[in-house]
Design a protein around this ligand. Structure first.
Ligand SMILES: [Ca+2]
Length: 212
């Protein structure tokens, strides 16, 4: 299967053809922190939002609920040199996957993404794109790209990055799983046990996943 052609810009209003982990939703619009910006779809009526920054309490902690999916474990991710020259470790977040994707050598995967941070230093939430060859997502990805980290936005006094396009052109034929991750992150400059690592989750927005 290629990227689901009848849902590549989430035009079906759901996640058909994709798998989600954590709090993910299909929306028609999304507001950045304190409404400083409203995101709209790149194309069509809908786009995907990974994680839900609204489901927190007054201290920024995730609201405990017995219903609905649990946040995805993103502790396998770290930024060994983050924007502060330190290390940021992942805590939890949300993921979107598309399995059994084939990209012939010479073709490119394209997608649009945007990021809305709801946290600040020493929190350093971040978003990555990964591609895993073969079946499943065991082992290391054949490709991983950091899309953005909260500290970069903070250093330029921005709460969000508006829609951007990302492309990946594999050197050889690719057949495997694509994964987008948004993660709560915390600088290791914060002493153990690093409270607040899972506080104030940020959001990764995805639209228009295409191969061309
Ligand atoms: Ca956070």
């Amino acid at each position: 299967m290629a990227v689901p052609q009848d849902n590549r810009f989430f035009q079906r209003g759901g996640f058909e053809g994709f798998t989600t982990y954590g709090l993910c939703q299909i929306v028609t619009s999304f507001e950045a922190y304190r409404g400083v910006h409203t995101f709209h779809p790149v194309r069509g009526e809908f786009f995907a939002v990974l994680d839900d920054p609204r489901k927190i309490d007054g201290d920024g902690a995730r609201k405990k609920t017995s219903r609905g999916p649990k946040p995805a474990d993103t502790s396998y991710l770290s930024l060994s040199v983050d924007s502060d020259g330190r290390t940021t470790v992942g805590a939890d977040g949300a993921m979107l996957e598309c399995a059994n994707v084939k990209i012939d050598a010479g073709k490119s995967l394209w997608f649009h993404w945007a990021f809305s941070r709801f946290d600040w230093s020493p929190g350093n939430d971040f978003a990555v794109f990964e591609a895993y060859d073969g079946n499943g997502t065991q082992g290391s990805p054949v490709y991983r790209q950091l899309l953005t980290q909260s500290l970069d936005l903070e250093k330029t006094s921005q709460w969000y990055s508006d829609w951007r396009v990302c492309s990946w052109r594999p050197d050889t034929n690719f057949s495997g799983t694509l994964r987008w991750v948004v993660s709560n992150g915390l600088s290791t400059s914060t002493g153990l046990p690093r409270p607040g690592g899972a506080a104030r989750p940020s959001a990764l927005l995805i639209d228009c996943v295409e191969i061309d």
